[in-house]
Design a binder for this molecule. Sequence first.
Ligand code: ZN
Length: 428
Amino acid sequence: MPIAPSARSHADDLAAFVEASPSSFHAAAEVARRLEDAGFIRLDESESWPATAGGRFVVVRDGAVIAWVVPPTATPATGVRVFGAHSDSPGFKLKPKPTTGRLGWLQAGVEIYGGPLLNSWLDRELRLAGRLALDDGTTVLASTGPLLRLPQLAIHLDREANDRLALDKQSQTQPVWGLGQADSADILGELAREARVDAARIRGYDLVTADAARGATFGLDDVFFASGRLDDLASVHAGVVALERAADDFDADHVAMLAVFDHEEVGSGTRSGAAGPFLSDVIERLWLSLGSDREQQLRALAASWCVSSDVGHSVHPNYAEKHDPVVQPVLGSGPILKINANQRYATDAAGAAVWNAWCSAAGVMSQEFVSNNSVPCGSTIGPITATRLGIRTVDVGIPILSMHSARELAGVSDLWDLARVAEVYFRG
Ligand code: ZN
């Protein structure tokens, strides 16, 4: 079935979004930039915030960002509809003393961030991106073009490579980025030049790798979309598009809120992660600006929802035994509702019912995901926000293949369908 033009252009826009978002810090900045262009007002956490009825706002905390639209009729007990996602992806992060090398090659010292499929990172040109902290206490974003690569050993030198590819996580994961001697080179200088600052002023950095290739559609009728960081920028992007669209003539009886957290891939337990206080801080300040007392805040919480969106697994045609034998979501058949008896996902009966209602209001097919009992189930930010805030939560996402690969695989129509359901959810 041919892909609708609106879904195609959504995928093109996602490719641009991912390109602008090689690190969590870039993703948060890009969300804020897009929303500011759409009339959102950027707030600073250290300043006092204005009264918010009828306003639209965005605030960035490190690699996290929260944006919201307040209806003109907001009262001190108005609830919130949160669409949650995460800005980080598995990969590599630059170590201290990062310029290394041997045998005439310049290399970068890296740690492994989260759980990447290591083999998928071989033989790709990689960017380096993140933030630099300078001597005057300011931070700047910096990113390079294609700079690094993890070259795979030739088959001639390891005849068993196709039978078992195992990488030593230290000695065989250090990418090359040039030729020469480490003591006369400085990889941070490449970042400094891109950011137009003096490398001698760098006092700290958070820098990660990202696949340098742009996302693209392919396959019969262009049904597929391949890109780095679909986990979870596909959800972040859907949320931004939906919030931007819903913000026009917004007259719901709740606040529409996009919450994008960092550090999901390493457990969320940071000040910009879902287990940290960012979301509850923002919601509390929103209520204070509406003049809520404690009882009104608890009433508002009880009236609130969180849709936690993160990618999930499509069935894989080569590994049928890894999936539930009956519940088999596949690319192109709509977003998935994630279910797990052990609460690795927060979805319950009430959440399933409202999610299905939002999908049908949006004219979008929906599918379910549940694990094969013999395969451990992943988790995401949904159960964490539900536990922290006591807010009703439903875990959803789009189905993908190659999760945690340097280049993951999604269905073009699912990406657009997720944005459409999110818009219906925001609009109420
Ligand atoms: Zn994820």
